[in-house]
Design a protein around this ligand. Structure first.
Ligand code: CAA
Length: 375
């Protein structure tokens, strides 16, 4: 696979790299500050100014009109410096905005996509519930027909961008007798009566990214706030996650590359480096290169509009395991700069772990890959 970028992709890479190494890097101490973990709202404003909040979305809808690969390049570059900023952009774009562009009516595109893609608004994706993580089909949030629309009741958990987001793509059960075909998607604006942002999670890593529970208590949604038809929600969610998982793969790749660079610097620095440190470097160099190929291959298939379910799962699975291994090796071999704060290795280690868990655990991705192969 050819990993040479077009002029446009190279321009986006260089713009994002420059932004990440200056403004994003400067914001890290504030995001990591004990007990604060402040959401980097100012960076989101800057990303909107730089045209990064809707990279793969046509300019008629407020986006940058670039391709999906450019968007993955942006997440990759951002995550080399801050996986927090990487996940904010990934969730906003892949699962917060693109499904509305793909399944929305003209009116929904005008109202939501143009605000999201320009960065005026931030998006979020509300699928997970307290008892429904890996088994997404067992969600219980209900959308009951009432008058001309629906009444939503229930709760969501671990929702990225919650609090900061203006619109929440929410999945709810409209017909419990139909399993995955009884789930429907709704657009819930932050200020809708009955909708509340609940507890903010304290997390091991990705400090700065906001992860909260959501509460729906008699939330009224008219039919024009339904995304797609009744019963189409599960397929909408899974299709969105195919793209989302490539974003998380790119996030993990960014973490892995930064960890590898720290490891390489540590090995170089010592005149007699332990053989085990050198062996870790050799092994991880190959793994990181393989992760890069898997992530960009999945992105290229997505770009062509072909089914990328298997490739997205492979990319996310392999890149996230590689990120954890690389960050762990950096902590192990960077001496006093490994385990201690505020050095980068320990942050990479904390940030890497969740890439194996969210947007489908790696156990789920093994099943998805196997199922796809056996189809
Ligand atoms: N695209 C479109 N449709 C799809 C699809 C895809 N990738 N995958 C499945 N479907 C459709 C199937 O075709 C099937 O449709 P029909 O009924 O018409 O045949 C339907 O969905 C049901 O498919 P399955 O039988 O495969 O569904 P399942 O109940 O066995 O579940 C699963 C499959 C893969 C385990 C799924 O539950 C899953 O992905 N779980 C993980 C959930 C997840 O990733 N959550 C992430 C939350 S968001 C998050 O973490 C974001 C964040 O904040 C960072």
């Amino acid at each position: 696979m050819d990993l040479r970028w077009t002029e446009e992709q190279e321009a986006i890479r260089s713009k994002v790299r420059n932004f990440a190494q200056t403004e994003v890097a400067d914001a890290i101490p504030q995001m990591e500050k004990d007990d604060e973990h402040s959401f980097p709202a100012q960076l989101i404003v800057r990303m909107a100014e730089l045209g990064l909040m809707g990279i793969p979305i046509a300019s008629e809808w407020g986006g940058a009109g670039a391709d999906f690969i450019s968007y993955i390049i942006a997440i990759h570059e951002l995550s080399k410096v801050s996986a927090t900023v990487g996940v904010i952009l990934s969730v906003h774009t892949s699962v917060g905005t693109l499904p509305i562009l793909r399944h929305g009516t003209e009116e929904q595109r005008h109202h939501y996509v143009s605000k999201l893609a320009s960065g005026e608004w931030l998006g979020a994706f509300a699928l997970t519930e307290p008892q429904a993580g890996s088994d997404a089909a067992s969600i219980r949030t209900a959308a009951i027909r009432e008058g001309d629309g629906y009444r939503l009741d229930g709760a969501k958990l671990f929702i990225t961008n919650a609090g900061a987001a203006n619109v929440y793509l929410t999945f709810a059960v409209t017909d419990a007798s139909r399993g995955t075909r009884g789930i429907t998607a709704f657009l819930v604006d932050r200020d809708t009566p009955g909708f509340q942002i609940g507890r903010r999670e304290r997390k091991m890593g990705l400090h700065g990214s906001s992860t909260c529970e959501l509460l729906y208590d008699g939330v009224q949604r008219s039919v024009d706030k339904r995304l797609g038809g009744e019963g189409e929600g599960f397929a909408i969610a899974m299709g969105a996650l195919d793209g989302g998982r490539i974003g998380i793969g790119a996030q993990a790749l960014g973490i892995a590359e930064s960890a590898l660079a720290l490891l390489a610097a540590a090995v170089k620095k010592r005149s007699a480096s332990p053989p085990a440190a050198r062996a870790a470097l050799d092994e991880l160099s190959a793994r990181v290169e393989a992760a890069r190929l898997l992530v960009y291959r999945a992105a290229s298939i997505r770009q062509q509009g072909s089914n990328c379910t298997k490739e997205a799962s492979m990319a996310k699975l392999f890149a996230s395991d590689t990120a954890v291994q690389a960050a762990s090796a950096a902590v192990r071999w960077c001496g006093e700069h490994g385990f201690a704060k505020p050095y980068t290795a320990e942050r990479l280690f904390r940030d890497a772990k969740v890439t194996q868990i969210y947007e489908g655990t790696n156990e789920i991705h093994r099943i998805v890959i196997g199922n796809q192969l056996l189809r």
